[in-house]
Ligand binder design. Structure first.
Ligand code: 6PG
Length: 485
């Protein structure tokens, strides 16, 4: 490895600190696109491993210390941090700051909690640095071959990063899957919601699989075949594609389908939960996403599952008479539910954008999520078109083309949810999606009764459909309605 004394100083165009798989792959992606990349990791072994295995892929400048790493960069420096979100990110920033000069740019490419990004952006701006909280999606392979990149922060800083980030991003129809999302934490907020949608999409696919398997008795390999067919239609997406591959996989130890020997307890690192927390705070209904998060939580309660199962056992179920029909119905139910999950995610982003003055263009998101990221899907082209037709579109369900699709799928959607419920197959995300659709379309909701209940026990008042103002009933008195204004 190059020693400090003979190290070329100040020539690297970009630096990456944090060389676990995502960071190392991002550094390799940059180097393979012709950028001179300074690399650093807290423990030297990872830096050495990167240089030993991939040093020939491009120009890397490795450093053992943070000071040497910073020195090896051309100014204004562009430093990408790719470490575990949370405290480790703060630790790296604290170590970097005394070594930087004004106008240097720090890019946090981890899955940061967006409120942390707001705090960091403001603190660093006040010190004269530029902080670009950046969502990166696509997993290990995406980071290496072309991720979807969602940068926030100062637009002028983004302009300096753009040639680099847009070059390493996935490309679809000649367009890079990278656009400046908006100021301060807009990039990380959008990445968080991307992950929330990812949770919903994964859960919906898992429910589709469970319904088909339980009610038709099809094997995982047979279901994989259906998924491959779905992947040529409206559901064409990365997640459907990988699910087919997963369902085909046979366990080498037991010769059983791998999916049957994996413990059915889904983990999470937090972004789905954060999405729902933000949705609750902003008052945006995101039931499909929330149910996907809760489904992972239920799966990870082994003691409660065992206790309830011991008491009740499986619900009785009947095998579907027409297997092909059920599979086709599930495809439609999955598609309609997926439209809802995206509608909820976009609503959350648009609401946050208004709340924080981020000015996010939803059409941009549809554009940059078409490639590189985990939720990439043919369907995003349609979302892009929907926002092109109406940039202010407030809910995907009212776009004419999606509305027509939902209308076309509605009967099957109801049938599948009804059938699943009748047969004891849990479909929390399917049902939450349908309930959201039914709630929005309904003329009157029982919320009127809830308002009356609130007024009864807490004098919380209600509004009337036929008069202005707020009212209260003297429930414990003479029962008269009085004005509460
Ligand atoms: C991506 C992924 C990636 C990761 C998430 C989800 O966009 O590349 O979303 O960020 O897979 O951390 O992980 P969990 O399921 O563990 O929350």
């Amino acid at each position: 490895m190059t020693q400090s004394a003979e190290r070329p100083t100040g020539t690297a165009e970009v630096g990456v600190t944090g060389l676990a798989v995502m960071g190392a792959n991002l550094a390799r992606n940059l180097a393979s696109k012709g950028f001179r990349v300074a690399v650093h990791n807290r423990s030297q072994a990872k830096t050495d491993a990167l240089i030993d295995s991939h040093g020939q892929e491009g120009e890397f400048i490795p450093s053992e210390s943070m000071a040497d790493f910073v020195q090896s960069l051309a100014t204004p420096r562009k430093i990408i941090i790719m470490v575990k979100a949370g405290q480790p990110t703060d630790a790296v920033i604290d170590e970097l700051v005394p070594l930087l000069d004004a106008d240097d740019i720090i890019v946090d490419a981890g899955n940061a909690q967006w409120e942390d990004t707001r705090r960091r952006e403001q603190a660093l701006r006040e010190k004269g640095f530029r902080f670009v909280g950046t969502g990166v999606s696509g997993g290990e392979e995406g980071a290496l071959l072309g991720p979807s990149i969602m940068p926030g922060g100062d637009p002028a800083a983004y302009a300096e990063l753009a040639p680099m980030l847009e070059k390493i991003a996935a490309q679809v129809d000649g367009e890079p899957c990278c656009r400046h999302i908006g100021p301060d934490a807009a990039g990380h907020f959008v990445k968080m919601v991307h992950n929330g949608i990812e949770y919903a999409d994964m859960q919906l696919i898992a429910e589709a699989y469970d319904v088909i398997r339980t009610l038709t008795g099809a094997s995982p390999a047979e279901i994989a075949e259906s998924f491959r067919q779905w992947n040529t239609g409206v559901l064409d997406s990365y997640l459907i594609e990988i699910t087919a591959t997963v369902l085909d996989k046979v366990d080498e130890r037991t010769d059983k389908p791998l999916v049957d020997v994996i413990l059915d307890a889904a983990a999470q690192k937090g972004t789905g939960t954060w999405t729902v927390q933000s949705a609750l705070t902003l008052g945006v209904p995101t039931g499909a996403i929330a149910e996907a998060v809760f489904a992972r939580a239920v799966s990870s309660q082994p003691d409660q599952r065992a206790a309830v199962r011991k008491k009740f056992g499986d619900a009785p179920f009947e095998t579907a008479e027409d297997k092909a029909q059920l599979i086709s119905d599930v495809e439609q139910a999955l598609y309609a539910s997926k439209i809802v999950a995206y509608a909820q995610g976009f609503d959350l982003i648009q609401t946050a954008s208004k709340e924080f003055n981020w000015d996010i263009e939803p059409g941009d998101l549809a554009t940059i999520w078409r490639g590189g990221c985990i939720i990439r899907a043919a369907f995003l082209d349609r979302i892009k078109q929907a926002y092109e037709a109406d940039p202010q579109l407030w809910n995907l369900l009212v776009d004419d083309s999606f509305a027509a699709d939902v209308t076309g799928a509605e009967a099957q959607w109801r049938k599948v949810v009804g059938l699943a419920i009748a047969n004891g197959v849990p479909v929390p995300a399917f049902s939450a999606s349908l309930a959201y659709f039914d709630s929005l379309r309904r003329g009157r909701l029982p919320a009127a009764l809830v308002q009356a209940q609130r007024d009864f026990f807490g004098a919380h008042t209600y509004r009337r459909v036929d008069a202005e103002g707020s009212y209260h009933v003297e429930w414990s008195g003479d029962g008269a309605e009085v004005s509460a204004d």
